[in-house]
Design a protein around this ligand. Structure first.
Ligand SMILES: Nc1ncnc2c1ncn2[C@@H]1O[C@H](COP(=O)(O)OP(=O)(O)OP(=O)(O)O)[C@@H](O)[C@H]1O
Ligand SMILES: [Mg+2]
Length: 572
C-alpha cells in the first residue's frame, strides 16, 4: 500500500517522517538534513525555492524571501514575494511540496497522502488553512493532529505498558501548547489542552533585537528602521546568540559593517550574558503558567498528580524554561523525547495507524479534545427580561473528540420566518466578546406564534478539529448549514471593515492605526510591514466584531511596541 507520511509544518522548521518497520523514521531532505527551514523564496530565475536554499538567500534578498508564515495561517493577510502577493496557504504549500518531493525521491514513490500536525490551540480557520495548504501541494490530508498529541504518540509507542499522567509543554518558534493526558495500557487519553498561538522563539528574538537596537541607536544616532537588510542581519545574529546562550553563559555578538554613521562604517558589537537575555524574556515564559494551570484545572489534576513532564519544541532548550517548569510543577522535566523530532515522529505513528501499518502488539489508541468552547448567540431571558447577545455553549472546551452536540431553540417572535445563526468560539458569556467563526441564515420557518416552532442546531467537531454546523427546522425538516470558505479573501468580505471607525471604542485606536498605516505606506515599517498590517487588520476587524477590550488593547500594545521601536531611532 502507498505510504502516508507525517509532516510537522512548523513556524521555523518543518520535518517529514514515515512509519518504517513499525517505527517512525524521519526522512532527510535532498541536502541530507532532517530539519528543513520553513522558508520560501524566489530565486534569480523567478522560480519558487524552499528550505535551506531559500533560507540562505534571506539576507541577500529579503524582498524575495518569506519566513514564519505559519503565524499568518487562517488570516487574510497576504505576503509579497518578488512583487507578487501570496496567501499564507500558498507559501505553506511550497514548503509541503518541497518536503513531499524530497520524501518521494527518498522512498521511491509518489506520495499522495499525509497527516499534518498543528498547534493544539490552532483555531478552526487555522486548521482549515492547513488542510488547504496540503491540497494546494497536491496531497490528501488524511488527518490534522495536534502537535503535543503527536509528541505523546511518539513517546507512547515505546512505553505502551505505562500508566501515567503526562504533561507536555511544547514551546516552538511561534506557538505554545500545554497538554495533559493520561496514559493507560496503550490508550493515550488527552484530558485538556491550553495554549497561546502567538508565543514562541520569534518573540524572544524580538525582545533581544529591540534591546540591541535601542542601545545601538542611542550610541550612533542612526535610523535603521528602513534598512531591511540590517534588520534581517540583526534578527539572524540575535537568534544565533539566543541559541548559543542555551549552552554558554555569555556570547559575543558581532555584526561587522552593520551600518554607516557620518559616512563611516560601524559595526555592532555587544556582549550578551545569559542573565541579561533571561531578564529580557522572563515575563513571557512566566506568563505560560496561565496555560499550565488552565490545562491542569480542566484535566482536574494538580501539579502533584503529574508523573512525567515532556518538553517539546526548540525553545524548551532555553535553560530558564526548564527552571520555570521545575518551579511551576515542582519536578524536573525529562529528556525522554527528541524536542525537535517528537512531533513529526508522532505524526508518522498516526499515519501508520490510519494505514494499518502498526503490528497488533503495538496497538495504541489515542483520544484528543477540542480545546475551545464553541457556541452560538441567542436571545436569553433572565428573570423574565430579554437579554440579547447571550452566548449559549454547545460544545464545552476539552470534551473528547469527535463530538456531535445538538440543542433545540424556539422562535422568539410571532410569525418569525427565518433565523440567523452566529457561531462563536470563546468563554465569554456575551457572544460578541468571543471569536466570531461564521454565520448562516435558516429560512422558511412556517409562520406560527412565538416559541412554537423549534429549531435544532448541531455542532459536529471532527477528529481534525474542524467544525461543521447545521441548523434544522424541526417541523419541516428543512436544513441549512454553514459552509466556511477557507480562502482569506472570502472572510474579508464577511467583515465589512470600512465601518470600523463607527465601532463603539474606535476612537481609542484611531491614532495608532493612522500612524501604523503611514509607516507601512512610506516603507518605514521595513521588515515589520507584514506584522503591522496583520495587527492593524486584527484591530479593525476586532472593533467591527466587538472583540473584548482586553484583546484589542493587547494588539494595540503589540503594534505600539513595533512603532516605538521603529520611531525611537528616527526621533533621537
Ligand atoms: N538551543 C536552543 N536554544 C534556544 N532556542 C532554540 C534552540 N534551538 C532552537 N531554538 C529555537 O526554537 C525555535 C524553533 O523550534 P521548533 O523547530 O520546535 O519550532 P517550530 O516547530 O518551527 O514552531 P511551532 O511549533 O511553534 O510552529 C526557534 O525560535 C529557534 O530559535
Ligand atoms: Mg513545532
Amino acid at each position: 500500500m502507498s505510504s502516508i507520511v507525517g509532516i510537522d509544518l512548523g513556524t521555523s522548521t518543518s520535518e517529514i517522517a514515515v512509519l518504517k518497520d513499525g517505527k517512525p523514521f524521519v526522512i532527510p531532505n535532498d541536502l541530507g538534513e532532517f530539519i528543513t527551514p520553513s522558508v520560501v523564496g524566489l530565486d534569480d530565475d523567478g522560480r519558487i525555492i524552499a528550505g535551506r536554499q531559500a533560507r540562505d538567500q534571506l539576507l541577500l534578498k529579503p524582498d524575495n524571501t518569506v519566513i514564519e508564515v505559519k503565524r499568518l495561517m487562517g488570516s487574510d493577510t497576504t505576503v509579497t514575494m518578488g512583487g507578487k502577493e501570496y496567501t499564507p496557504q500558498q507559501i505553506s504549500s511550497y514548503i509541503l511540496s518541497y518536503l513531499l518531493a524530497c520524501a518521494g525521491k527518498y522512498l521511491g514513490e509518489k506520495i499522495e497522502r499525509a497527516v499534518i500536525t498543528v498547534p493544539a490551540y490552532f483555531s478552526d480557520w487555522q486548521r482549515r488553512a492547513t488542510v488547504e495548504a496540503g491540497q494546494l501541494a497536491g496531497i490528501k490530508v488524511e488527518r490534522i493532529i495536534n502537535e503535543p498529541t503527536a509528541a505523546a504518540l511518539d513517546y507512547g509507542l515505546e512505553h505502551l505498558q505505562e500508566c501515567r499522567n503526562i504533561l507536555i509543554y511544547d514551546l516552538g518558534g511561534g506557538t505554545l501548547d500545554v497538554t495533559v493526558l493520561e496514559m493507560f495500557e496503550g490508550v493515550l487519553d488527552v484530558k485538556a489542552s491550553s495554549g497561546n498561538n502567538q508565543l514562541g522563539g520569534k518573540d524572544f528574538d524580538r525582545r533581544l533585537m529591540n534591546y540591541l537596537l535601542d542601545r545601538f541607536t542611542a550610541k550612533w544616532q542612526v535610523d535603521l528602521s528602513e534598512d531591511k537588510r540590517a534588520l534581517m542581519r540583526l534578527k539572524e545574529a540575535v537568534e544565533k546568540c539566543k541559541i548559543a546562550l542555551s549552552e554558554h553563559e555569555e556570547y559575543q555578538l558581532i555584526i561587522p559593517f552593520f551600518t554607516t554613521s557620518g559616512g563611516n562604517p560601524v559595526s555592532l558589537e555587544e556582549t550578551v550574558s545569559r542573565e541579561l537575555f533571561e531578564s529580557l524574556i522572563k515575563d513571557l515564559i512566566d506568563s505560560t503558567a496561565e496555560q499550565i494551570n488552565a490545562a491542569l484545572a480542566d484535566a482536574q489534576l494538580s501539579a502533584a498528580d503529574i508523573d512525567l513532564i515532556l518538553l517539546v519544541g526548540g525553545s524548551t532548550r532555553i535553560p530558564y524554561v526548564r527552571r520555570f517548569i521545575e518551579k511551576a510543577l515542582g519536578q524536573s522535566p525529562q529528556a525522554l523525547v527528541d524536542p525537535d523530532l517528537a512531533v513529526v515522529r508522532g505524526a508518522a505513528v498516526q499515519a501508520g495507524i490510519i494505514n494499518n501499518d502498526l503490528s497488533p502488539e503495538k496497538d495504541i489508541i489515542i483520544t484528543d479534545v477540542c480545546p475551545y468552547t464553541l457556541g452560538i448567540s441567542v436571545l436569553d431571558f433572565v428573570g423574565g427580561f430579554p437579554v440579547t447577545d447571550a452566548y449559549d455553549v454547545i460544545i464545552p472546551r476539552n470534551v473528547t473528540i469527535p463530538v456531535v452536540k445538538e440543542k433545540i431553540y424556539g422562535t422568539v417572535a410571532d410569525n418569525q420566518t427565518q433565523v440567523e445563526i452566529n457561531i462563536y468560539q470563546g468563554e465569554n458569556r456575551k457572544a460578541s466578546q468571543n471569536n466570531f467563526l461564521g454565520k448562516f441564515m435558516l429560512k422558511g420557518i412556517p409562520p406560527a406564534p412565538a416559541f412554537q416552532e423549534k429549531i435544532s442546531v448541531s455542532f459536529a467537531y471532527d477528529l481534525n478539529g474542524i467544525l461543521q454546523v447545521e441548523g434544522k427546522i424541526i417541523s419541516t425538516g428543512k436544513k441549512a448549514n454553514l459552509v466556511i470558505e477557507t480562502t482569506g479573501a472570502k472572510m474579508q468580505k464577511e467583515v465589512d471593515l470600512d465601518g470600523w471607525e463607527k465601532a463603539p471604542h474606535a476612537r481609542k485606536y484611531k491614532a495608532i492605526l493612522r500612524k501604523a498605516a503611514r509607516m507601512v505606506e512610506s516603507g518605514k515599517a521595513g521588515y515589520y510591514a507584514i506584522e503591522m498590517e496583520s495587527l492593524m487588520r486584527k484591530i479593525k476587524e476586532g472593533l467591527v466584531l466587538g472583540e473584548t477590550k482586553e484583546t484589542l488593547d493587547a494588539w494595540k500594545e503589540e503594534l505600539h511596541e513595533i512603532i516605538y521601536e521603529l520611531t525611537e531611532e528616527s526621533d533621537v
